[in-house]
Design a protein around this ligand. Sequence first.
Ligand code: FAD
Length: 471
Amino acid sequence: MHTPLVVLGGGPGGYAAAFLAADEGLDVTIVESEPRLGGTCLLRGCIPSKALLHVARVISEVDELRDDWGVSYDERPKIDVDVVRARKEKVIENLTSGLAGLAKRRKVTVIRARGSFVDSTTLQLEGDDPSIPEGGQLTFDHCILATGSVPAMPPAFDIGSEKVMDSTGALALEDIPESLLVVGGGYIGLEMASVYAGLGSKVSVVELSEGLLPGADRDLVRPLAKRVEKQLDGRVWLNTKVGSLAETDDGRVEVTFEGPGKFGHERFDRVLISIGRRPVSKGLGLENTQVVINQRGFVECDAQQRTADPHILAIGDVAGDPMLAHKATHEGRVAAEVVAGKPAAFDKAAIPAVVFTDPEIAWAGLTEGEAKRDGREVEVAVYPWAASGRAQALGRTEGLTKWLIDPETKRVVGCGIVGAGAGELIAEAVLAIEMGCEVADISESVHPHPTLSETLMNSGEVFFGTATEIY
Ligand code: FAD
């Protein structure tokens, strides 16, 4: 069996590449080992986590009404975990069946199989899909590699206990454990900590480095860290290493800690390991091709997503950081256009990153941390949300919005926001940075009042010293 273009992996990178290539008139086959298209993002990542976070967020907002606004309820909310789980599954089902329809409409062939490379133009397919050709070999002119990533699980933590989960296990939401330890204070760990704490678990977070969300600017992390500390009653243990895990006779997990944040041992009903993700580049037979894999396991590729093998392109999580769905999708578009013979390259000034905690943190373009590391001079204009009428009305004054500005050109080169809805607000910054806007373009654009989006304009005004608070 031969196909001009095969896409290996049907996540947000793979299906976007396949659909666009089909729109370009190419004959496309997706090989995906899971029964449904959607990849990590739809099946066990972005979408289920946001569905569960929505429940936790509403509960927390209701709690706030009680604490701060004099609204009282007779009882704590009752949570039927089976209904919550079923609702989350329904969201996934809606989206994945939509994808199946989109593939069908474009006449994209989808083969349910695990693929591995025999050589630069042949995949060996394994699985029980009747559409797998006899002998299992699929030859191709081009392959877009989109195999994504999986949770990293160090051997020391892989104790073969169902009480020790990765993010996939946590999103399955089998039950609401009385106590949960989250190992890793990155974005996935913190989002899952919010979910389980919101649903009623006693959650603790342990992080090896000295702060939550290592890599993000500290001024953005601070309001979140404060809120998480409060929500978890101080059970956030920084600078602390997890030594060992062991299942105990009472069906719990005993964890040893070494660090100033916590020392000694404690038992938990469940433990979530969320210490990062690793690209799926091993076990694919890539050694039978000319593809080069770097030390971190990422497939090396250029701005056109081409690997060192002229027949193979790579996109998404397997092709490098940041491991984010929207980056995968845009790289998928570039790869499809390159295969279709169009001039295309992945050249983005601002790939947004959002942490969907409460408050949310979002940034795009250059961060202050990166500017410092690279010795790049920037001017920073910060607008605290305490001066925003809308933030006051919402009782969410802990946020801030900042622009990073090139001192010579006055162009905005980065933006960071922490606060309620930061993930939605950052889109304006992405556009401004990509379009090469000067800070005056933002400060002089009329923003609707009273909205949190005004803080983007106000932060621009701070740069010129003209910010006024119009409550
Ligand atoms: P994936 O989505 O991982 O898809 C790869 C596909 O390839 C999979 O379906 C896999 O089954 C298939 N595959 C692998 N090997 C083979 C093989 N040999 N043969 C056939 N098929 C194969 N990103 C965001 O942008 N926003 C978020 O809010 C967000 N939240 C997240 C929350 C969690 C809990 C997690 C785990 C991730 C989250 N992400 C988020 C990251 C996002 O899911 C990934 O960046 C994105 O899915 C990467 O897309 P991809 O197409 O590169 O790979």
